[in-house]
Design a protein around this ligand. Structure first.
Ligand SMILES: Cc1ncc(COP(=O)(O)O)c(C=O)c1O
Length: 481
């Protein structure tokens, strides 16, 4: 496939993505080409990306121009770079590969044998079919109207509002805006509140598609690191004060990827910090129902501050294929967002909304079974890891759908490529990072059945052995970026 260059990557940005490429050894064209190839393979340098000029890149990296030229020669030979006089050099992928939709990378294997641990998302509950049958009967009532409901179907808005009220947050249906998933909901709120060049504070690590939305609007993520047991609220508050973000995007309910939940006391502190700094926060509650503890859940963040806009989803509690989520905010914000929404879409499909409204009647039953199954699978995954990768460490998550594993060395991207070659697809830590760092971490979901999880970990152990057996560039010994 012949590709012409599209996006240009600035030398400074490329240096940031390359992170710890040089490690403790003398910089070489080999280690540099390995690191650039890695970025192309895992999708952080998409095909068509135009690379900086040799001299510009050499200056930014603090290496000789010859070293950069040799790096480009190597990558051209391997099929990862193409160049044309006058047009410069750009990233490409060798013939015969295919795009990996899970994390934008490229892998040379066929798909049928791949165990997919890149998505943390469960399959549909059995109740979905019965809910669809009931919804079909109600569908006829809708057909005499025009079918456009930009706020969402009244029956569904009511049911979503009732669930908030039950969780201790009195809510009316006029405070709910139904969207096409939580990602859509967040993108809508971003468009409403943030202008290009403004800052959005995020946890680090965070949900990768939220970062995509932030970058896509040319707004700037400000990353606040998570600590072992969750949020460093002092640090978060200091960042709110010092960086004055226009918005914060936070996941206090089984944070993706770490699975940690912020307790009531933490929520109260966070609420006070948001109020003091006049910062609005989007609170992503996508995973709130995937509670794997037997503790009393803390109330929603909006109980603690009126600066919280809540975003919810049917994807993890029920099924991603419904493509439904919602915003819970003031009626005034909902009305404004409905007007703003018209530039993008004119509402969500009616039949799916009817199905979700029906499914919410069975919510307790569906979620009880889902939690029991996920606890079993989580335990299965942890046992397989302890057997096959005993040097990996992780914290048992309170909820959510994945383990956040410390793989012991900054090799997560390398490992994900080696794993794909052995039939396991995984998301490396860098996908959850603002700067392409977090190479010491890997997210492993426990949404597949136990036998598949066990097989995936066996293959991952083989990939780990291969990566450590071929140290190649300094990446193995490099400090974490
Ligand atoms: C934290 C978080 N937010 C949002 C989403 C996207 O949800 P939806 O499918 O509703 O768009 C996900 C899905 O993985 C998620 O984990």
């Amino acid at each position: 496939m012949s590709l012409t260059p599209s996006a240009h990557i600035h030398a400074r940005k490329l240096v940031e993505l390359l992170g710890s490429w040089r490690g403790v050894q003398r910089p070489s064209s080999r280690s540099l080409s390995t690191a650039v190839r890695q970025l192309a393979l895992d999708g952080r340098l998409p095909p068509g990306t135009r690379l900086p000029a040799e001299r510009e890149l050499a200056d930014a990296l603090g290496v000789s121009r010859t070293l950069v030229a040799r790096m480009l020669d190597r990558l051209r030979e391997e099929g990862f770079v193409a160049s044309r006089r006058g047009a410069g050099s750009w990233v490409k992928l060798p013939e015969g590969g295919r795009a990996n939709e899970a994390h934008g990378g490229w892998f040379p294997t066929a798909d049928n044998e791949v165990l997919n641990l890149a998505h943390a998302t469960p399959d549909a509950p059995t109740e979905l079919c019965a809910a669809t049958d009931r919804a079909r009967l109600r569908f006829a009532e809708q057909l005499s109207g025009h079918g456009y409901q930009p706020h969402g179907l009244p029956a569904l808005r009511e049911r979503i509002a009732e669930r908030y009220t039950k969780r201790g947050l009195p809510t009316g249906p006029e405070q709910i805006l139904v969207t096409n998933g939580a990602q859509h909901a967040f993108a809508l709120v971003l468009r409403m509140l943030v202008s290009p060049g403004e800052r959005v504070l995020v946890e680090h690590p965070t949900y990768p598609n939220a970062l995509e939305a932030i970058r896509g609007l040319n707004t700037m993520p400000v990353a606040v690191p998570m600590v072992d047991d969750g949020w460093d609220l002092e640090l978060l508050t200091a960042n709110l004060r010092q960086t004055s973000p226009r918005l914060a995007y936070l996941i206090p309910d089984f944070h993706n990827p770490t699975g940690i939940r912020l307790d009531a006391e933490g929520r109260a502190r966070l609420g006070r910090a948001l109020a003091r700094t006049c910062t609005t926060a989007v609170i992503d509650e996508t995973l709130v129902d995937i509670d794997l503890t037997d503790e009393e859940p803390p109330p929603p963040m909006a109980v603690f501050t009126d600066r919280a806009i809540l975003v919810g989803s049917a994807s993890k509690s029920f099924w991603g294929g419904l493509r439904l989520g919602w915003i819970r905010a003031t009626e005034e914000f909902v009305q404004r967002t409905v007007v703003g929404r018209a530039a993008l879409d004119l509402g969500s499909p009616i039949l799916e909304q009817l199905v979700l409204a029906e499914l919410l009647r069975d919510a307790d039953q569906v979620l009880q079974r889902r939690r029991a199954e996920l606890i079993e699978r989580r335990d299965h995954l942890m046992a397989a890891l302890r057997e096959h990768l005993p040097h990996w460490s992780f914290r048992v998550p309170d909820g959510g759908l994945s383990l956040w594993c410390d793989v012991g060395a900054p090799v997560s991207s390398q490992l994900s490529v080696a794993a794909e070659q052995r039939g396991v697809r995984v998301a490396p830590g860098a996908r959850f990072s603002v700067h392409g760092s977090l190479e010491r971490w890997m997210r492993l979901p426990y949404t597949l059945p136990g036998d598949q999880l066990a097989e995936a970990i066996r293959r991952l152990a083989a990939a780990t052995a291969a990566v450590h057996g071929t140290p190649g560039p300094s990446l193995l010994t490099a400090p974490i970026a």
